[in-house]
Write a protein that binds this ligand. Structure first.
Ligand code: ADP
Ligand code: MG
Length: 414
């Protein structure tokens, strides 16, 4: 599959990695339970193809990732449970290096043998990481022959392991996950097959305005659910009770509805809802038959008629992009709409279906239909930024220098 974004960028397969010190920047930032066990290993599983390839080819492997948002060194943000988990999955010893800048790290690295793996402790324990610090980057680049970024979910941040470091290594490229993420999202951006359907939901309109604008140009139909829907209902002067409405986005929603009509695109909003008087009250929730929500009640999920209507749209689409759950899916009583949509996507086997956004990916997993989607992005926020057309600094850092820049680097000599 061709990808515009990846033009000129090398991949792990382009390098001779046997016996070379291979730095794998991965996104192992997985959700954890209270007891520090791994709650969802999706990102670890997604990184496996690149790790296994590196082992098979006999590279000397250095794995690095950030983890959570620690303030300095905080034990609960140690990558130790991740190293242990990965080690069990691979049936292979993985040493965790506590101070990547330290002497011990260098000693370990110089003793590294082909197909062996060490993992650096949480990169964000070092203040240099988030500052895109060149010195911190150099401490890692100095131990690296080939740099591979397979951390799509971290590539929208200009941090040392993402931007400064590839700037200091000649041989650099992407891994298998990064390729898949970018190819799939490029398909949505540049070559969606009609009918192209976008399903948007989630918490807020304001989080998604840029994505909505970009997708609006490309879609045939847009389906709206989640809390976002109530702002669209308000824009049509339909009663919303005490549902979440972003007052300052009502005019944006009204304008979008008008523009869609002019361009003969369809925007569908819920025709019924699940409502409750308090978001914590699951027992007292009920179906509200009709678009208008009575005073004192709030919408927490799309209703069954809406779910049916949306499922029919999904069944006839050729390209589907989904961001944002249809309701408060984390609560079982309010999850039916989201899971019905997930099932409908899974059942449309001829469509290319891509899910973006952290909570949406979690919803797709929770629906039990995950393996039937074409692609569930591990990127969270990065996938939306990328779709919006923003250049991800981590990808740009992998482009070879343009000829003119290269001449300057080489002291003006060709
Ligand atoms: P993503 O992370 O996939 O981009 P968002 O963060 O925009 O998705 O939205 C996910 C959140 O939206 C979920 O936590 C879900 O509970 C919430 N949500 C969806 N529908 C509603 C609703 N009707 N009322 C309140 N919250 C909602
Ligand atoms: Mg979210």
């Amino acid at each position: 599959m061709a990808s515009k974004t990846l033009d000129g960028i090398k991949s792990i397969e382009n390098f001779q990695i046997e016996d070379k010190r291979l730095f794998l920047r991965l996104d192992l930032n997985v959700p954890m339970n209270e007891d520090l066990t791994i709650a969802d290993d999706t990102r670890i599983r997604a990184a496996m193809p690149t790790i296994k390839y590196a082992i098979e080819k006999g590279a000397k492997i250095i794995i690095a990732s950030h983890f959570g948002r620690p303030k300095g060194v905080e034990e609960k943000y140690s990558l130790e449970p991740v190293a242990k988990y990965l080690s069990e999955k691979l049936n292979k010893e993985i040493m965790l290096v506590e101070e990547p800048r330290g002497h011990a790290a260098r000693a370990l690295l110089s003793g590294l043998k082909p197909s062996q793996i060490i993992m650096l402790e949480n990169l964000r324990f070092d203040p240099g990481e988030e500052k895109n610090d060149r010195e911190f980057a150099q401490s890692m680049a100095g131990q690296t022959d080939i740099y591979i970024n397979d951390a799509f979910g971290a590539s929208h941040r200009a941090h040392a392991s993402i931007v400064a470091m590839p700037g200091l290594v000649d041989k650099k490229g992407i891994g298998f996950l990064m390729r898949k993420e970018i190819e799939m999202l490029d398909t949505i951006r540049f070559t969606p097959q009609a009918p192209f359907l976008t399903i948007l939901g989630g918490a807020k309109v304001s989080d998604k305005i840029e994505v909505i604008e970009v997708l609006m140009d490309k879609v045939d139909t847009m389906i709206i659910g989640g809390a976002m829907a109530y702002t669209f209902l308000a824009a049509q002067k339909i009663q919303t009770g005490k549902s979440l409405v972003e007052k300052d986005k009502i005019s944006f929603a009204a304008d979008l509805l008008k523009r869609a009509e002019m361009r003969r695109k369809r925007i569908l909003v819920p025709i019924d809802h699940r409502i409750t008087q308090d978001i914590k009250d699951t027992e007292g929730s009920k179906i509200c038959d009709g678009a208008a929500i009575p005073d004192g009640w709030l919408g927490v999920d799309i209703g069954p008629k809406t779910a049916e209507l949306y499922a029919k749209e999904i069944a006839r689409a050729k390209t589907i992009f989904w961001n944002g759950p249809m309701g408060v899916f984390e609560t079982e009583a309010f999850s039916a709409g989201t899971f019905k949509v997930a099932r409908a996507i899974a059942e449309n086997e001829k469509a290319i279906s891509v899910v973006g956004g952290g909570d949406s990916a979690a919803a797709a997993e929770a629906s039990g239909q995950a393996e039937k989607f074409t692609h569930i992005s591990t990127g969270g926020g990065a996938s939306l930024e990328f779709l919006q057309g923003e250049k991800l600094p981590g990808i740009e850092a992998l482009r070879p220098p343009k000829r003119s820049e290269k001449n300057i680097e080489d002291g003006g000599m060709l």
